[in-house]
Design a protein around this ligand. Sequence first.
Ligand SMILES: [Zn+2]
Length: 113
Amino acid sequence: MEQCKEMMMRNYELYRCQNKAWKDGYCKRHHPDAKAVREKASNERWKEKRRQSPEYRLSVALKRIVALENRIAELEEGGEAALRVRREVLEKRIAEALTDRLASDSLSEKGGE
Ligand SMILES: [Zn+2]
């Protein structure tokens, strides 16, 4: 029986996958096509999780507020300068929320998956 040629690491030691080769010298788990499918599914789950996160939803909401403020500024005469200041404050908050999120993401990614 042909053995899968994938090399794996356990306790800092390399060992060869014990599964039977299925196609191109790889088992069903380690074939590049199967890996690509799993990776894509994993990315989709990660993106969906991110879309559900309070930080992401907050940033979407803040961007929408900025867009609406800009629209109001376009429609109104006079108060544009004041609205521009408020827009800058909101944009700063978005940047801070995203920076915080990225910082906590890079921390959790080091320990995760
Ligand atoms: Zn394998």
